[in-house]
Each structure stands twice: as C-alpha cells, then as structure tokens.
Design a protein around this ligand. Sequence first.
Ligand SMILES: NC(=O)c1ccc[n+]([C@@H]2O[C@H](COP(=O)([O-])OP(=O)(O)OC[C@H]3O[C@@H](n4cnc5c(N)ncnc54)[C@H](OP(=O)(O)O)[C@@H]3O)[C@@H](O)[C@H]2O)c1
Length: 430
Amino acid sequence: MTAPLKIAIAGLGTVGAGTLKLLDEQAELLALRAGRRLQVTAVSARNRNLDRGVEISGFQWFDDAVEMARSAEANAVVELIGGSDGAAKAVCEAAFESGRHVVTANKALLAHHGTDLAAKAEAAGVSLTYEAAVAGGIPVIRALREGLAGNRITRLHGILNGTCNYILTTMRETGRDFDDVLAEAQQLGYAEADPTFDIEGVDAAHKLALLSSVAFGSRVDFDGVYTEGISKIAAMDIQYAEELGYRIKLLGIAEMNHEGIHQRVHPAMVPADAPIAAVEGVFNGVVTEGDFVGTTVLEGRGAGAGPTASAVAADLVDIACGRHAPTFGVPAATLSATPSLPMDRHTGPYYVRLMVIDKPGVFADIAATLRDAEISFESVLQRSREPGGVVPVVLTTHETSEAAMQRALAAIEAIEAVREPPHMIRIERG
Ligand SMILES: NC(=O)c1ccc[n+]([C@@H]2O[C@H](COP(=O)([O-])OP(=O)(O)OC[C@H]3O[C@@H](n4cnc5c(N)ncnc54)[C@H](OP(=O)(O)O)[C@@H]3O)[C@@H](O)[C@H]2O)c1
C-alpha cells in the first residue's frame, strides 16, 4: 500500500472531534477506499487540556494552528476553526504556502474569500475542498461539480439552515410563535446562544454563494446575495400558508438568466406537495435543475458532528486518491464575473397579510393601491369579522415585479386603517 496521507487538524470542537472519531472508527474502510491509510499526525486548538471525548495524546500538539499548517508533518490540513477571517484564513494561506492541501467546513471564510483562496490553492498546485461547508452531510458540492457536470444548471433552491427549518417546522406543528420556539431550540442545542447568523439568513447566504459559484462557474459573490431571515414570520402566516396549500421555508435560491444571477435567501411559500416542502426539522435539502438531467433532489442532515465529519472524510479520500478538482468546478481564473442581479428585478407571486380596521371602504382603498401598481390579485381571504376591530386580510397576487410590490406595500402602509406594516412573503414554485 502507498504511504499514508498525513493529516493535521486545526480546531477540535464539534466538527474537529467528530472528524477524529470518524477517522479512527472507519480507518480500515477508508484505507480500502483510498488505497492508503488516512493518518492524523498533528492537531491544534486553543485549550490543550480540554476533554474532547476523543484521544489526542498520540498526535503532535500545536498551540499555534498557523505554525502547524506551516511545519507539521502533513500532506493535508483540515481547517475546522471557523470565522471568515483571522486564524482560519491564516491557516489556509500557510498551508498553501507550504504546499499542503486544505479541507475546510468553513462557509463564512469561503463566502468572503473563496475566489481568492481557490486561486492561491491552484497557484500552489494543491486542492481546496469544502464539502462539509454546505448542507453538512449532503454531498451537494460533489453532485454539482461531478455528477451533474454534463449539465448547465439553470436554477437551484434549498433549505440550507437546519436551525431555521427546525423553528419553522415546530411552529407549524405546534401553532406556537417564533420567539417561543427559538428559545426552545436554544435549550435543545439546535440554535446558538446568539442565533443572529442563522435566523437572519446569513449562514444560508454564505452557503448559497458557494453553491451558486459551483453551479454557474461564477466568482463567489456573497455581497450579491439578497438576505432576509425568519424572525418576522408569525404563527398566523404559517396557518394561512397551510390553508392556501403552501408551507413556509427559509429558502436559498440561485437562478441564472441572460442578464445575470439572482441569489436570494428569504422565507418563501412553497406548494405543500413540492419535494422541498417535505424537508422538515433540522434536515437540509437541495433541488437542482439541469438542462439534460431535469430536477434532482438531495436531502439529509445539514449539521452535527457525524454528518459534517462524513463530508470532511470524503474530501480527504479524494486527496488520498489524487483526485483534485478545482474548488468551484472550473479553474479560478476562468470563473466568470457574471453580475448578481438586484432584488427589485425579481418577479413572482406574493402573499401579503394586512392587519386592518374592519370598516367599510378599507378594502376598496387597498385594491386601488394595488391596481395603481398594476398588481392583480389571485385570492383574498378575510376570515374573521369584527366591526371596528383589527382583523387580518390576506391577499395572494399573480406574478409581479418586486419593485412594483415594494411600491404598493409602501402605499398600503400609508392607509390609515392599515394598523401594522404589511407582512409579505414571496411565493415560489418549489
Ligand atoms: N457544528 C456543525 O454542525 C457544523 C456544520 C457544518 C460546518 N461547520 C463549520 O465547521 C467549523 C467548525 O465548527 P464547530 O461547530 O466545530 O466549531 P466549535 O465547536 O466552536 O470548534 C471550534 C474549534 O476551533 C478551535 N479554535 C478556535 N480558535 C482557534 C485558534 N485561533 N487556533 C486553533 N484553534 C482554534 C477551538 O478550540 P478550543 O476547543 O480549545 O476552544 C475549537 O476546538 C466552522 O467553520 C463551522 O461553520 C460546523
């Protein structure tokens, strides 16, 4: 058998410890599949004395992960520290400078510096891979880069954040409100103490920027991703969605047309019978559309030690076998500068919930505002009647432009009888 692939691991938290466990327990299987052993030689984290539930005494310890990436006896460095800059970025750069391959699970780092780091890896003649960074255990980067290589991808959409999907699923199943379910998710460990990156859609936007790049062969453009989270979704919207035949999901959507690429992360109503609607709880799902293959659906666990370690191991097996694909599917220098399109160029149908004073003439004012914006209704729903009180009125529209919808919403908000800013959710075909 060929000499082992020597591996240095930076970061021994959830994913780092999970990766050590997998590499140990699956050592024989991996050696068979890779044709050589995958041997961890060095590790680094902040605290050497922490019990991580895995044995690390047999590895060389480094207090400084950058120093490890430069000097450890290793062919590949696995970056599992996290963060878009700082130590994680320095570790990758040091590894490239010393001719070592890099495997990372760090979507924030690649969303901000992916194109640049891919170019540095290529210049050094090594690989930079990140299967674990997008949708955890689902091999979606490989699917796009290899399995679907014969297709032009026209669109993809996915549930890319398990925390948000858990919250939305629980809200639907229990009828409870967002804040209540978020607090429970934090207690259960499904949401961070500071959940902002997850619930405001930033984590999903990081992942979408990477998917978009590998799907369309374009430079990673995180700043071009329109991002809106789930914190304004009310239990009432979830009930109305069900009544209308939809489910609400936080979707990441990337579409390419002749003008550019739409990249957007926002809550969306999808038909209840669409494949993505069936992806529930902490699970992730990605639906791709290719010109020859048609639609492909992938579903699985998007986070956690086991699924993430599974994806890291796949990248390490590739390195051990000498399979080195360009980071985003094509050489970094050939990634296109296709522009990301602004959100006001989006078109589609919309759901709008208004809280209005129940009195004659109000609906006529709302209808006139929509008519002036050239938006036509598909349906109107007013269940409760409470003369003089505040009641919900729910509208769905036919396809219209985001720009027209935003104008109409501003005009509706100015109507005196409308008592809250309108609650708008985009409807997607799923
Ligand atoms: N958790 C998941 O399910 C998941 C899923 C997909 C992707 N990811 C990504 O995987 C990466 C790691 O996530 P995680 O959940 O494993 O994080 P984590 O549990 O917070 O672990 C981070 C590790 O990095 C170490 N570390 C921090 N600063 C360091 C430095 N300057 N030098 C060396 N080590 C340092 C920490 O050391 P100490 O332990 O000594 O404090 C800790 O072991 C992130 O990029 C994350 O986005 C995570």
